[in-house]
Design a protein around this ligand. Sequence first.
Ligand code: NAG
Ligand code: NAG
Length: 379
Amino acid sequence: MRLILATLICIAAIITTAVYQQDLVVEYMRPFVRPSTLNNIAKTLNLKTNSSLSAMASSTTFRGLPVIPPEDPSLNAASPKPRGIQTVFEAREQAEGAGATVRRSIGTPKLRNFTPFLMLDHFSVAVGAGFPDHPHRGQETITYLLSGAVDHEDFAGNKGTIETGDLQFMTAGRGIVHAEMPHDNGDGSSNVGMQLWVDLPKDLKDCEPRYRDLKAAEIPVATSDDSKVSVKVISGRSYGVDSVQELAYTPVWLLDVTIQPGGRLVQNLPAGWNAFAYTLDGNVTFDTGATKQQVARYHNTVFEQKGDQVIAFNAADANEPSRLILVAGMPLDQPIVQYGPFVLTDPSQVRKAMVDFSTYSNGFERAENWQSEIGKVMG
Ligand SMILES: *[C@@H]1O[C@H](CO)[C@@H](O)[C@H](O)[C@H]1NC(C)=O
Ligand SMILES: *[C@@H]1O[C@H](CO)[C@@H](O)[C@H](O)[C@H]1NC(C)=O
């Protein structure tokens, strides 16, 4: 099993190196925030190595970077400017073995080095397929269930199911081994969702692993004045509605937007964050000020960093609502060296992760003699 896994990791291996100019998250934040806030952030960052954080810290002890940057120039812009579009491309559907298909957009040759995002998969998995026991280090994964359900189980004894509309934020930190398997819905239906891989600030890569489940009912919904736009505020702020805050270590905004025919979304995003929209239903048109670009479903639209807001509308004569997932993340000024599910900042750390995983050390101790129950069907 372990050998097969190692081989799989090798096959899946992607080595990406991107070097950015600065190396401190705090440095990145400096132009945007008051010194006192910056001190708090620095303090927060130091909490990462606080050994009182339990292996699976509860949300009350959890501290990440602020998801809504204080005093952000774009969120507070007096005359906000729309962001331009860098690129638009279709996420092509690929078979991932029997019973599973994936539309991958981030993490393909079309879109790499898009810090802090490493990968975006729009997946469909039926019973018989799935992702049995596998490791991660140095990153976070965010899983959003669009239909059906996914079961998970890890080597620390956590297990559960996320259902339609629920999310799971998983911080791998120094190491996790877990399984993610499609739930048996009893009718053979597929389980569909999105999984986003997010890099961790390098000072946090060594933190204890952690999960945060976000249930559909916990997600506030914002609506435009004319009620033609509704936004599930999974993470971030929309139309004055703030999300639950303690979700991921790396600040990421995630908005599930539905625009009725004739509706127009005007959404500010934090200044300088990388941002994209993944279209799920209908057509949507992005208004960049200079151009209007219509985008069909299953496309990834990558915005320019410059500008304050994303403007999107659904034509008045459209015969269905448009739905898109709008995501923004704070860029991390650090190299990315990725080898399958190990995401570090230099090749020697990646080699160390391989060794640690295979020798059950430095975070992988609990992998020894552990096998998930849910992954056994694929054993
Ligand atoms: C770790 O956090 C706990 C609780 O927040 C605090 O009492 C303790 O002083 C911290 N330890 C260190 C080394 O910062
Ligand atoms: C999207 O736009 C294309 C091209 O204009 C059109 O053929 C298609 O029917 C539209 N789809 C929806 C769902 O409105």
